[in-house]
Write a protein that binds this ligand. Structure first.
Ligand code: ADE
Length: 240
């Protein structure tokens, strides 16, 4: 998968060199490009924001550096964009993290892990000039995606979270694919608690069923734990 990130803080993404995603990059499963929005400015101060038309607090990101940067990224995509409106299901998907977007879920992460080319545009300040979204939508698929019902200072942290959740679902990134199946949210429930050795620690015992060797009984116990935990912590997940 090709991933491009547009940001005014490229160093935020240095951590994508390490851990499982770093390995996935080394092995070529993930091909990452991080683009500094300020490289597309033309003034001495490398200005990316300006005051909002109509007044109001804060600053808005100017459209020109976004247009320039996205021109370069989208032009480099080799997929033909001959569908109506210039967009193609196989072409790039441009995601702008925003508290005004669809809420990011495990199901969305799975859907996005099948894309060939994701482009993330990290906004800052009070947001990005609306015309950037409108113009990008004439040549690529565009989605606004929110990490949750709270406000971050910018899109970078949201993009890091999304890339980690999406990246680990790409085949070959996580060594043992079975470990993905037993996680929270994969089957719509929270995961069961886990234990390792020693069997007794500081007076706390591992539930005896896990030491029984009875795999059917262990599976049933884990399922019951999942249901109990989900009912208690996230009853909303059990709504039809
Ligand atoms: N940018 C600011 N807040 C955000 C959020 N909750 N999700 C995604 N991007 C954001």
């Amino acid at each position: 998968m090709r991933i491009d990130i547009v940001t005014i803080f490229p160093e935020f993404f240095d951590v994508l060199d390490i851990s499982l995603l770093g390995k996935a990059r080394q092995s070529g499963i993930i091909d990452l490009g991080v683009h500094n929005l300020r490289d597309a400015t033309t003034d001495r101060h490398r200005t990316v924001d300006d005051t909002p038309y109509g007044g109001g607090a804060g600053m808005v990101m100017k459209p020109e550096p976004w247009g320039e940067t996205l021109d370069g990224i989208l032009a480099s995509d080799s997929e033909p964009t001959d569908a109506p409106g210039g967009t193609s299901e196989d072409g790039p998907l441009v995601i702008f993290p925003s508290p005004a977007g669809d809420v990011f879920t495990q199901a969305m992460a799975r859907e996005l892990s099948a894309e060939k080319h994701l482009v993330f545009g990290c906004g800052r300040y009070e947001g990005i000039d609306q015309r950037v979204f409108d113009h990008t939508a004439t040549r690529a698929r565009v989605r606004l995606v929110s990490l949750g019902d709270y406000v971050l200072n910018g899109g970078e942290v949201a993009v890091m979270a999304m890339i980690e959740a999406i990246g680990r679902l790409i085949p070959g990134v996580v060594g043992n694919p079975h470990s993905l199946v037993e996680e929270s949210h994969e089957d719509g429930l929270l995961e069961a608690p886990s234990y390792t050795k020693p069997a007794s620690w500081r007076g706390l015992e591992v539930p005896p069923i896990l030491l029984s060797g009875n795999h059917g009984a262990i599976a049933a116990w884990r399922r019951e734990q999942q249901l109990e935990r989900t009912r208690r912590v996230r009853p909303d997940l059990l709504q039809p």
